[in-house]
Design a protein around this ligand. Structure first.
Ligand code: 0PR
Length: 365
């Protein structure tokens, strides 16, 4: 750090230079985050100095957090759900499994998760000292084989998980059967809907994945993915708000005497942003966004197929996967562990972006 500071203009120009080196969103197919809604940015600015880590100082902001959780809980067909705004899917998954572990003390605890589970479950298992058992995919697909999952459960299993909108292929596990296994063994059932939570409810004939499914204990849903909030904003939703108490530690000198969140100081700005988007768009607005993303997904698939690219599966959500093949330079497309091309069709991937990409693809052929 230098002795004397630079002018605002110098600093801003320095920062602009860095930002210019980032990949522009209109070339990003590999991200589950997107450009935030402009209202989220405005709300974020209004709440930028709030700290939900000391909610007694910010009762107004804390109330927004409660409203955010209540709105999302209602969307996911829960009644008076508990939960809180996290830093994202990783924290939500960790905290859900932390509750499960506390409910089932065991000398050698394990969790059984689908082969598709996001790597946040590896972190969770490492931090909580759990064995992570991976249930394989069902033959010929990318959703979990619930029979194989059943075989992996034993008396030391504290939780099972399902993914509603998998990271790599955007498919939805059979939540009904996973939750039935949890009920049968009297253990926790966590649904990771970090991505799918704000997509599936707005699709036609949505697959059952939420609190309407008997046995689902908790759900991860990230507004900073399809909720177009500012980063970072995740949520952990609990069927029974009482379970939150299992996470609590004493915080004697703060305005609230117990703390149940993972982080101490935590932003209210993104929470206000996420809530603003829900209020502004309503279900109808989200339905339009999701239907636009699905339309763009179909256009991408049709365009790619015309050039001989082969899909790995018919897209279930706004995520398309193709067998490995060349793609034009300058575009960010990720690859799954199996080497498939993966396109996440987020709101920033507009029809114009798809057409510009397909135009570049056409030059390869
Ligand atoms: N659960 C699921 C199903 C996820 O897909 C993700 C992240 C998480 C949990 C963890 O969420 P946080 O990253 O919020 O903690 N999925 C994306 C992925 O790994 C995250 C991402 C987003 C990666 C944008 C890259 C990127 O540019 O692909």
């Amino acid at each position: 750090m230098e002795e004397s500071g630079c002018s605002r203009e110098e600093v801003l120009s320095l920062l602009a230079g860095h930002r210019a080196r980032d990949v522009p969103h209109n070339h990003i197919f590999s991200s589950m985050c997107t450009v935030p809604h402009d209202l989220a940015v405005t709300a974020h600015e209004l709440f930028v100095s709030t700290n939900l880590g000391d909610p007694g100082l910010y009762p107004g902001t804390a109330d927004i957090e409660r409203k955010l959780i209540a709105s999302l809980g209602d969307l996911l067909q829960g009644k008076n759900v508990g939960g809180y705004a996290t830093s994202g899917g990783t924290e939500s998954n960790l905290q859900a499994i932390r509750i499960a572990k506390k409910l089932h003390p065991s000398a050698k605890p394990n969790i059984v998760v689908p082969a598709s589970a996001h790597f946040s479950f590896d972190k969770t298992s490492d931090i909580l000292g759990l064995e992570m058992r991976l249930a394989p995919y069902k033959e010929g697909g990318y959703t979990v084989d619930t029979d194989a999952m059943a075989e992996l459960i034993d008396e030391n299993t504290v939780a099972v998980a399902a993914v509603a909108g998998t990271t790599e292929y955007g498919v939805i596990d059979d939540v009904v059967n996973v939750a039935a296994l949890a009920r049968e063994h009297d253990i926790w059932c966590h649904v990771d809907a970090a991505f799918g939570g704000l997509v599936i409810p707005f699709m036609k004939n949505p697959a059952p994945f939420d609190f309407a499914v008997d046995g689902v204990s908790s759900i991860t849903l990230d507004p900073h993915k399809m909720g177009m909030s500012t980063i970072p904003c995740g949520t952990l939703l609990l069927r029974d708000p009482e379970h939150m108490k299992l996470l609590s530690v004493d915080s004697p000198y703060l305005t609230m005497k117990t703390s149940f969140t993972l982080t101490g100081t935590r932003p209210g700005a993104d929470v206000a942003g996420a809530y603003a988007v829900l209020k502004h768009l309503g279900r109808a607005g989200f339905r339009d966004i999701v239907s636009g993303c699905m339309e763009n997904t179909r256009r991408l698939v049709a365009g790619m197929e015309a050039f001989g690219y082969k899909t790995v599966l018919d897209p279930v959500m706004n995520l398309a996967a193709f067998h490995a093949a060349e793609i034009p330079d300058g575009w960010k497309v990720s690859r799954t562990r199996a080497g498939h091309l993966r396109f996440v069709m987020m709101p920033h991937v507009t029809r114009d972006v798809v057409e510009a990409f397909l135009e570049d693809v056409s030059r390869l052929h």
